[in-house]
Design a protein around this ligand. Structure first.
Ligand code: ATP
Ligand code: MG
Length: 370
């Protein structure tokens, strides 16, 4: 999958700009507030139909403009297509076009351009709470596996209803009659959730370890373990086995759940732990190590997406270079050789030898000669 070019009219700080991309690495250098992230945001918007920094489309339109137009040519699944979106100030709905044909809904454009985005907020995912790490797995799996998305939705619905019962049963003891049914369905869907996440993480970890070793010239070994309820010793086991273990866990936690008034048993509390050379990244990882491991995970996510869909998503790396040493910066700029990569950075003296370098200045993009 390759982005061929992009034209922006009245989008954020771009009045009218265009850019033709390299099939390999595209490095966008520029000082703060020049439009580097805006450029990636426009690409993401064309890819997913939603902006990653705001829910308000009006914010995407250049100050004082009546509309914003975003257009890109994409080569994917052996053909060239164009994606175009026009956003209007006021209440007029957006217009979507695929290869010049107006489309009534966003779904018609799905899959034409897939992107994997990595922004500064993602860098600390390994240091933050478990919810962010579960989200990383769930976001990827919901796109790739419809059965997983359905099981997760059902699990969440039952968990929310069970939580309400556990909260309110003192006032209405008859609510307790509902618990066996919720437990049964949570064990069934929970088994699918644990099995699918753990299998995916196994593959993700294997790919991420390869990227991380290349990143660090084999000095660091990355490993990853899925953590779930105590009765499950092998989270990659078959779902029938996981179902039995979840039922066991529910049984042993029944009194504690009633006393706590909370849902204590199940994969809604799961996590995964990353280690470098046997030591936990969360506890001992340096800033640079944590960033490197997070980027390796994203590169792995892209590999698995390609394995499933046959096309490699375009990788968008926003501002990931700071806090990386010279060797690791060089890896990002010059050594990610598979597929197309767009990288932004503030280090204005950087050049890539693996593609093209562009300078972004006050909403204008110009290629820098190597
Ligand atoms: P940094 O290196 O600090 O991350 P950047 O080059 O990524 O900077 P962007 O986030 O792309 O910067 O933003 C560039 C500028 O775009 C900002 O100064 C911002 O105020 C401006 N901007 C944002 N929305 C609009 C808009 N709707 N109209 C005009 N300008 C806007
Ligand atoms: Mg930025």
């Amino acid at each position: 999958m390759r982005l061929l070019d992009l034209r922006l009219t009245g989008f954020r700080n771009y009045e009218d700009a265009c850019c033709a991309f390299d099939p390999g690495v595209n490095l966008f250098v520029g000082e703060n507030a020049q439009g580097k992230t805006n450029l990636l945001e426009a690409i993401c918007y064309l890819s997913r139909g939603a902006a990653f920094r705001t829910r308000k489309e009006a914010e995407l339109i250049h100050f004082g403009s009546e509309f914003a137009a975003l257009e890109a040519h994409v080569f994917s699944y052996d053909r060239e297509q164009s994606l175009k979106t026009v956003l209007f100030a006021g209440r007029r709905p957006r217009q979507l076009f695929l290869s010049g044909v107006k489309k009534p809904s966003r779904e018609a454009l799905d899959g034409v351009l897939n992107t994997v985005l990595f922004c500064p907020e993602d860098l600390m995912i390994l240091k933050k709470g478990a919810a962010d790490r579960r989200k990383l797995l769930d976001d990827a799996l919901c796109q790739l596996r419809p059965r997983y998305a359905r099981a997760l939705e059902e699990y969440r619905r039952c968990a929310a209803q069970k939580a309400a019962v556990l909260r309110d049963w003192h006032d209405s003891p008859r609510l307790l009659d509902l618990l066996p049914d919720y437990d049964e369905r949570m064990a069934q869907t929970g088994a699918i959730v644990i099995h699918t996440r753990a299998r995916y993480l196994e593959q993700l970890a294997a790919r991420a370890a390869v990227h991380h070793a290349a990143f660090t010239a084999d000095r660091e070994q990355l490993a990853c373990v899925y953590q779930t309820v105590s009765t499950v010793t092998d989270p990659t086991a078959q779902t029938a086995e996981l179902y039995d273990r979840l039922r066991e866990h529910q049984e042993s936690h029944r009194q504690a759940e009633l006393a706590a008034g909370q849902c204590l048993s199940g994969p809604h509390k799961d996590d995964f732990e990353l280690s470098i050379n046997g030591r936990s990244v969360k506890t001992y990882g340096s800033q640079g190590q944590t960033r490197t491991a997070a980027i390796s995970l994203k590169l792995a996510e892209r590999d698995l997406f390609e394995q499933d869909t046959g096309e490699q998503p375009v990788l968008l790396l926003d501002d990931v270079l700071s806090e990386l040493d010279a060797g690791r910066q060089d890896f990002v700029i010059n050594c990610i050789r598979s597929g197309q990569v767009l990288i932004t950075c503030c280090e204005t003296d950087r050049l890539t030898t693996a593609g093209r370098t562009f300078r972004v200045e006050a909403g204008r993009v110009a290629e820098v000669e190597n």
